[in-house]
Design a protein around this ligand. Sequence first.
Ligand code: FAD
Length: 320
Amino acid sequence: MAKPLVYNATLLERVDLTDALTIYRIKPDEEPAKRPWFVPGQYCVLGLNNEVKPELGSVRRSMSIASAPEDADPVEFYIRFVAKPESENPLTHLLWKLKAGDRMYMRPVAVGVFTIRDTVGEDDPRARVMVAAGTGSAPFVSMLRSELCRNPDADLSKWVLLHGASYASDLGHREELQRMVERNRLNYWGTISRPGGDQAWTGDTGRVESFFEPGKLAMLERRLGMPEGGFTPKTATVLICGLQGTIGSTITSLVDRGFVPEQKRMREALGADPAILASLFYEQYDTEPVINIKDPATIDPLRERMRAALIKYGLASGAA
Ligand SMILES: Cc1cc2nc3c(=O)[nH]c(=O)nc-3n(C[C@H](O)[C@H](O)[C@H](O)COP(=O)(O)OP(=O)(O)OC[C@H]3O[C@@H](n4cnc5c(N)ncnc54)[C@H](O)[C@@H]3O)c2cc1C
């Protein structure tokens, strides 16, 4: 049983977007010693003691920060209630009982390398295609907000956010992102996988990873002003955040365009030469294997597709 946590933060506000999706705004007791105190894309650990069943102790979980590091307001998190948890003391079930003013634990240190600095690099001129399912949009929202905190007129035209959810109401931060489309030239498309009955929805439908399926990639290329076949690591980098299904399916589709994942074991399994720079990065919220690289029936065809794509798009020499 995990030891009780000493609370060091207050929940200032919760915004329930739906029954299962909530924005939490949390204020740590201690002001950070310096600002900015994290890099967009990093995460914190939140924790609670189980007051109703003290015998279950405490629980802590990683949560991506959705607010900008330059923002002096409370720290924002975008969290999904997990209806079928794996543990006997799930954090989200305790979080959902909280109300504004309640105390909680927030580790006052942010960690993680899913940042522009540690992935594509700050000065990379290529399109930054951010693929998010559900609350996986949190790190990307932080990145975009940070750009605007530093320059409200920033040109966001190389940022591309593809956000998938079940219903339109699940597309968190939609109005704010839409404003960035209008004012800052952000490329942003929400897509919903359960459009049935939602007469008002005129946007994309299907899961977010379907943007990269062979039949739909040309549409994305048109929207981004690229020629057909132009979406490759020469023009774009891909950042994915969410659960295994989104990450695995996106990697599988983009193998045919020569996108090499950063993760060492994955790139080795795909037979990508170490000299080729990574062009696909991901942050995973669950622990399922992204792709079963131990299964020859899965990995062998992918390796062959990667080999063919690296030759076809002139990437084999490490020029990506
Ligand atoms: C680096 C990192 C950052 C994270 N950031 C966020 C975040 O910003 N927002 C957020 O909602 N979650 C985030 N998570 C997931 C979070 O840490 C917990 O795993 C999740 O809240 C479930 O915890 P629990 O204790 O309620 O359930 P547990 O008993 O731990 O249940 C685990 C189950 O929850 C499922 N699960 C985990 N995350 C999600 C999710 N987002 N949507 C649907 N199912 C999920 C897993 O598939 C697994 O089956 C992050 C995870 C990591 C590793």
